[in-house]
Design a protein around this ligand. Sequence first.
Ligand code: NAD
Length: 247
Amino acid sequence: MLEGKVALVTGASRGIGRAIALELARQGANVAVNYDGNEAKANEVVETIRSLGREAFAVQADVACAEDVERMVKTVLDQFGRLDILVNNAGITRDNLLMRMKEEEWDAVINTNLKGVFLCTKAATRTMMKQRYGRIINVASVVGVIGNPGQANYVAAKAGVIGLTKTAARELASRNITVNAIAPGFITTDMTEGLSEELKADMLKQIPLARFGEPDDVARVVAFLASDAACYMTGQTLHVDGGMVMP
Ligand code: NAD
């Protein structure tokens, strides 16, 4: 599906980002694996992609830092000569009740989860516009649609990502760049590992398909949005949540 395409996946050393990087490679893409801290983990993903017969390299960058992002996109262009698919996946949580939330907790989450999407999109679209081809896929969350107590910063960022997706889709459509979002529900990764068993049991009751999602459940939908099968879709948010939220 993605033979000859070049993809950049942010936060791809583990979890959903790792699964996306591997799935895009399985579908034929060469992949730049972004990481912020764990080079060894990123290199493992690179080696797995190479064992699939695709090209890959790891590129360090904090997505919340404009200079890092510019350097990252330049490195992708130097290595692969083009950039077809950008997956804005990097994200963090700093949960707290609104009344107790510290300004640093707010800023950290907004900067990584929302500003990071803006910076990476801006840096990548310059090339995509020249190519007159691009696929941008933003990893949002169902909580960006329905809200979630204790996650005001995260929810505001993810709702912002959904709005940014729609605006970018409208601005870039004439250059054959599509921009879509994925809203995962509860996916088993490091991000959700620390939640209490009580909360997990409660969440499970709200999922019609009666299981938590796996990173691959999200990755396959990202690969679909990156493929020509989705060429007439833009500005959409696809829920990958076992039916948890039906807008
Ligand atoms: P994770 O914590 O396993 O992975 C997050 C990745 O982002 C890590 O590789 C981390 O190093 C990277 N990262 C964090 N800050 C970064 C920065 N400033 N620059 C570059 N990379 C950075 O979590 P995950 O569950 O795999 O989350 C991936 C995405 O999916 C996130 O955007 C998250 O908000 C979203 N999401 C997850 C769930 C879930 O249930 N796990 C649900 C909805 C949405």
